[in-house]
Design a protein around this ligand. Structure first.
Ligand SMILES: O=C(O)CCC(=O)C(=O)O
Ligand SMILES: [Fe+2]
Length: 756
């Protein structure tokens, strides 16, 4: 039962704070409700109970995450003044204690090298295999050479050697370290074989595929797939069953929880497996395909849909229409086999200058970042001596899934990339959409929406008129932030090397657990910091977007309870907040409504731009797909603003996350956090949140420890993304929970400013 919370000292009498709080606490007290059985206590001036152990927070940040504020902040010094000791046994002694996943100098997460059997991988398909091998090397520069064999099979022959293209470039091996070692017995009973890799997909089969799937084979196959290819392929299916999402038996299940593209339509899986189901235990993975590329592919290079006969007239609905069933639904006309187009590799400049995209003919798409793998890929694809790869064994008769590009392509230099950009296929021209609700007649954005079928839209009902007031508001921002939507949605499938993850933070303290028991625990277990999720360019545009929203909020243009801006009557008092998707009470209000989500209150829905951010988080495995957030609170802190200690309300699921923008500030955690002064807190654990980072809260970090942001030293924006518990989603008319292979789309709700 949530307890009412009292305001912190100095905040009791603010009559002006937004929302319906009856004591006017600054925003942030809205989530003080503890988990069942958890009681909220302020620990100011209290002696820690026996057994209470406190530790210096910043000491536990892993290398690269050292808290720049360590030792300098009032909180640390406060802790020291109080004589709290650092427990040396809690300090990580070496990097392996920091995280099971080690980080390379490039910031990439790398995993313990696999055993020989598990590393035996045969790569098929010219360009993709080369790219993968190149990437495997580039992505694991500091991994001790595994006794592994990554052998490239070109044209169906397992020569145990890299493709010629891979050896072509002087001084640049495409083989991962250790690849010269002889393979171990390929028929090892549990050894997964990377039995085929088409331009569309990879299939990892356990040897002896007649065996029923077992957790072991699934584990090995997934682990191999993920370890060698993580980020490049989305694990879509496991023969004989669904992808074991959240399977605790999988040590790396955190990496494969998002079982498919998060929002892709699952057609790759259908294409490859409809006629020929996956052998039991085999794992099917497909490269990530942004919807816009899919749409372009469906349209074909010359505007003809791929799904129809060559030259067939375009569907009257263009790419808006879902692609037809590959093998014909009952009663549907049988389609001729889909032949991929024969077109050359087209380097395309991504909207984000840090990313480069290469789109090849035959529907093959390889998304890369960084120079070494891109070079390797280009060299591989430019190699005219390479032969076409073997036909995908899963392909039904007469249907090829592995057509290679037939034309030789130039290795893109800086110049050729520019040229390629000019030659890149234009976004397919699409038919004029029907009139959408609130659509002011903006064909280009409307086309984009049509191009991305996941964006929710509600057609106008006959006789319905658009809401002209909102029409007037909507047009500019739609155009202004289109570029950011593209950056976010049309990124590559890889987490770029700039992204790093820190886990295994430690803060041992005596705490009251959600089950009501007291115990000494790591109160920040479950905390994760993913840095550089947003590039500088993306951060800047996102800040512009938030500021635009803030301007609209001040101008009273945002609906219902979206916007709250407390009048500043004292230093550090409150902060501006904007709530999307739902509104919640942070305290029992004057109408007697308890803290938590207020389903009857009106607010703006989640802006599509934030949905794009969410899709990236899911694509990059920062958040699990089945915890896709459906609501957001944006906090705008001015200098000296803070958020007091709280636990996010349990009307929201775990994990949830917070994105940091504009300035790097500290967040504090602790089962007990003392309030020293307004904006000054005393907590046992401190972490600095770099801009562009995403902090994940789950486990004890979400439910045992409270968190707070002390008075910030400069303007800061945070975006907290959370998912409502199912009963609230239902009440709000949102989808029921999704299944592993049916990644959901954020449902259409009331149309709002940022949906047009
Ligand atoms: O601003 C932050 O980083 C934290 C925000 C927060 O705790 C919340 O929105 O619940
Ligand atoms: Fe919070």
């Amino acid at each position: 039962m949530p307890l009412p919370v009292s305001p912190p000292p100095g905040f009791e009498s603010d009559p002006t704070t937004a929302g319906s709080s009856d004591w006017g606490a600054p925003p942030g007290f809205e989530e003080h409700s503890p988990p069942p059985g958890f009681d909220v206590q302020q620990s100011v001036g209290k002696t820690p109970p026996p057994g209470f152990e406190d530790v210096s927070p910043s000491s536990f940040a892993p290398p690269g995450f050292e808290n720049p504020l360590a030792g300098s902040g009032s909180h640390d010094s406060g802790a020291r003044k109080k004589g709290r000791k650092v427990e040396s046994e809690d300090l990580p002694r070496d990097s392996s204690q920091i995280s099971s996943a080690r980080r390379s100098p490039s910031g990439l997460e790398t995993k313990t090298p696999l055993s020989d059997e598990r590393r035996r991988v045969q790569l098929n398909s010219r360009g993709f295999s080369s790219a993968l091998a190149g990437l495997a090397k580039a992505r694991q520069p500091d991994v001790p050479a595994p006794a592994a064999d990554v052998t490239a099979e070109v044209d169906g022959r397992n020569g145990g050697e890299a493709p010629k293209s891979a050896r072509r470039k002087k001084g640049q091996s495409l083989e991962p370290a250790g690849s010269s070692a002889k393979p171990k017995d390929p028929a090892s009973s549990v050894s997964p074989q990377f039995s085929s890799l088409s331009s569309k997909a990879a299939v990892f089969s356990p040897s002896g595929s007649s065996q029923p799937p077992s957790p072991v084979t699934e584990h090995l196959a997934l682990d191999t797939a993920i370890t060698d290819l993580s980020g490049q392929l989305e694990i879509c299916d496991v023969g004989g069953g669904e992808v074991p999402r959240d399977n605790p038996a999988l040590p790396n299940s955190g990496d494969c929880r998002a079982s498919s593209n998060g929002y892709a339509d699952g057609r790759d899986l259908q294409d490859a497996t409809a006629a020929s189901p996956l052998p039991a235990g085999a794992v099917y993975a497909a490269p990530y395909e942004p919807a816009s590329i899919k749409a372009a592919q469906r349209e074909g290079p010359h505007g003809a849909p791929h799904t129809g006969a060559p030259g067939a007239p375009r569907s009257p609905h263009g790419a808006q229409e879902p692609p037809t069933e590959p093998h014909g639904a009952p009663g549907a006309p049988t389609e001729p086999p889909r032949e991929p187009p024969q077109e050359p590799l087209v380097p395309r400049r991504s909207p984000d200058p840090e990313h480069h995209t290469f789109i090849t003919g035959g529907g093959e798409r390889i998304w890369l970042t960084g120079a070494p793998p891109a070079e390797a890929l280009t060299a591989a694809l430019a190699d005219p001596t390479s032969k076409p790869p073997a036909k995908h064994p899963m392909a039904p008769p007469g249907k090829s899934l592995t057509e290679p590009p037939t034309e030789t392509v130039e290795a893109p230099s800086a110049e050729s990339t520019e040229a390629g950009e000019a030659a890149a296929p234009a976004r397919p021209s699409l038919p004029e959409p029907t009139r959408w609700r609130n659509d002011p007649g903006t064909p280009s954005y409307a086309n984009k929406l049509v191009d991305s079928p996941r964006t929710p839209l509600t057609p106008l009902m006959p006789g319905e008129e658009p809401d002209s007031a909102s029409v007037a508001l909507r047009k500019p921002s739609v155009y202004e932030f289109d570029d950011l939507t593209e950056m976010l949605d049309d990124d590559h499938c890889l987490r770029p090397p700039r992204v790093a993850v820190a886990r295994d933070f430690r803060c041992r303290e005596r705490a009251r657990l959600p089950n009501g028991q007291n115990a000494t625990v790591n109160s920040v277990e479950g905390l994760e910091l993913h840095t550089n999720i947003l590039s500088k360019a993306e951060q800047e545009r996102l800040v512009d977007f938030v500021k635009d929203l803030e301007r609209r909020g001040h101008a009273n243009e945002l609906r219902g309870r979206t916007f709250t801006a407390p009048r500043k009557w004292m230093k550090g008092k409150g902060r501006v907040t904007m709530q999307f998707g739902c509104v919640y009470n942070y305290a029992t209000d004057s109408q007697g409504r308890a803290p938590g989500i207020l389903t009857e209150e009106d607010t703006e829905p989640l802006p599509p731009l934030l949905q794009s951010v969410i899709r990236r988080l899911i694509r990059w495995k920062v958040l699990p797909a089945d915890k896709e957030p459906d609501s957001a609170i944006i906090n705008l802190y001015s200098e000296d603003d803070c958020i007091p200690p709280h636990i996010d309300h349990h009307d929201f699921t775990r994990p949830f996350c917070t994105i940091s923008l504009l300035s790097e500030q500290a967040i504090l955690f602790g089962a007990r956090i003392g309030i020293v002064n307004p904006g000054e807190f005393d907590a046992p654990f401190k972490l600095s949140l770099p801009t562009g980072s995403v902090l994940i809260l789950k486990g004890n970090a979400a439910d045992v420890a409270k968190h707070c942001v002390p008075a910030v030293t400069a303007d800061r924006i945070s975006i907290t993304l959370r998912r409502m518990q199912d009963p609230f989603r239902k009440r709000m008319g949102l989808d029921s929970p999704r299944t592993a292979n049916q990644p959901g789309r954020l449902p259409a709700r009331k149309v709002s400013v940022y949906e047009q």
